[in-house]
Design a protein around this ligand. Structure first.
Ligand code: AP5
Length: 218
């Protein structure tokens, strides 16, 4: 399966991807995670991305498209799930072109729909593990010991772009540049599943997995 997971910042893309990957063995490719890793390693790409990420703007398409095309090349036969990419119509068109060259296409798009107020609550309460990348929430998805990762005992941190001001910019950027990507896929007759992401984690997972089960059987 080749899946695109769309949704506003904080809609729960990373959280749902973890569950989808556990079930179907797909490669999870998060453009945000790859960029954060590049920044942590101090690469040229990470340096170029920094100012955009810190302000809540999008990193230029050319950088992202090249980076993701490279990552997709290493996908296993089971397929991949793209998290946070494509985020502009141009990125979506470039992705289609690049898949087309190797006789592939996106099988389905999962579109997580969520209210802005819910996003703000989720992002300001998010904590993540700098070691293994596990994501928690101070109220909705608590670790067993407060502030400590269940997997490796590392102290959890808050992402620097989860401040109220940057979250507001990220939401603005999403509505302006990424929401039109949903229509791009609908107009191109792709299979698009709209999912209510305001529900709790298990409720959203149930809707997502129901769609993917149907797709896997088709
Ligand atoms: P990126 O890292 O992709 O951030 P994002 O899209 O803003 O999404 P998040 O990772 O913040 O949220 P999520 O939807 O994964 O939610 P999560 O599962 O963590 O991008 C960061 C930056 O990189 C961008 O601003 C941009 O600068 C750059 N970038 C990345 N991709 C790019 C691209 N393609 N083009 C250009 N620039 C790009 O959940 C959030 C919280 O809520 C967690 O605490 C979680 O525990 C909790 N939670 C999750 N689901 C639920 C639920 N159902 N109920 C209650 N709580 C929940």
């Amino acid at each position: 399966m080749r899946i695109v997971l769309l949704g506003a910042p904080g809609a729960g893309k990373g959280t749902q991807c973890k569950r989808i990957v556990d079930r179907y063995g797909l490669l999870h490719l998060s453009s945000g995670d790859i960029l954060r890793q590049q920044r942590a390693e101090g690469t040229e790409l990470g340096g170029k991305a920094q100012k955009y990420m810190d302000s809540g703007a999008l990193v230029p398409d050319q950088i992202i498209v090249e980076m993701m095309a490279d990552a997709i090349k290493n996908a296993p036969d089971a397929g991949f799930i793209l998290d946070g990419f494509p985020r502009t119509i141009n990125q979506a068109a470039e992705l289609d072109k690049s898949l087309d060259c190797s006789g592939q296409k996106i099988d389905a798009v999962l579109n997580l729909e969520i209210d802005d107020e819910v996003v703000v609550r989720r992002m300001t309460g998010r904590r993540s593990c700098p070691q293994c990348g596990a994501v928690y929430h101070v109220e909705n998805l608590k670790p067993k010991v407060e502030g400590i990762c269940d997997n490796d005992g590392t102290t959890l941190v808050q992402r620097s772009d989860d401040s109220a001001e940057v979250v507001a910019n990220r939401l603005k950027t999403y509505h302006l540049q990424t929401e039109p990507v949903v229509d791009y896929y609908k107009k191109n007759s792709s299979t698009v599943y709209d999912i209510d992401a305001n529900k709790d984690v298990d409720g959203v997972s149930a809707s997502v997995l129901e769609k993917l089960e149907a797709l896997a059987k088709a």
